[in-house]
Design a protein around this ligand. Structure first.
Ligand code: FMN
Length: 170
């Protein structure tokens, strides 16, 4: 199937049957997330891949009891950074240097300009920015899932404040 055929096949699956998704397919979906474009390449979010049944069940209880949360094979939680910090920006710039295997003066100057401008900003402005980047990555994940012919559904119907506690994100 071509990509468009697979996107025609895709739909938001409202029920799952607990069939375990092969790891190779999950690896491809997760790699697609890491290849998503993000502003300045900062990838300002974490993706939690949850397979533990007890954790899925406790998340279902704060997600309007939507059965897909418990019955899915892998529950992916996209958690945008609450703000930009020096440490987070440096970590991503350092990672780029490590993967490229060299440092570039223009890139290092760009790092400094982001360090000057992002961390002092209102955290709400930063979160607005990071959450948009998380949505870009989510979109790439759902497309990759379709490409792998893995049933998936987006889901924002859950209580953020309790999810933070369940996943220890505070
Ligand atoms: C950001 C986002 C959040 C969504 N949240 C939920 C949800 O909480 N529960 C649900 O059943 N579907 C949810 N959906 C799925 C939509 O209802 C579904 O994608 C839409 O009806 C279009 O259908 P399709 O994906 O099958 O083309 C969500 C979709 C998006 C994009």
């Amino acid at each position: 199937m071509e990509l468009i055929d697979k996107l025609n096949w895709r739909y938001a699956a409202k029920a799952m049957n607990r069939q375990v998704i092969p790891q190779t397919k999950m690896d491809n979906i997760i790699e697609a997330i890491s290849l998503a474009p993000t502003s300045s390449g900062l990838q300002p979010f974490e993706v939690y891949v949850i397979t533990n049944q007890e954790v899925k069940d406790s998340i279902q209880s704060i997600a309007f009891n939507q059965s897909v949360v418990s019955d899915c094979s892998h529950l992916l939680v996209f958690a945008a950074w609450d703000t930009y910090t020096e440490e987070r920006i440096n970590k991503m710039f350092d990672l780029v240097n490590e993967v490229r295997g060299f440092k570039n003066e223009g890139w290092e100057n760009y790092r400094q300009s982001l360090l000057r401008s992002y961390p002092p900003r209102d955290p709400e402005v930063n979160f607005n920015h990071t959450s948009k980047q998380a949505y870009i990555a989510f979109s790439q994940a759902i497309t990759a899932a379709a490409f792998e012919e893995v049933y998936a559904t987006p889901l924002v119907g859950f209580d953020n404040n309790v999810l933070y506690i369940i996943l220890n994100l505070l």
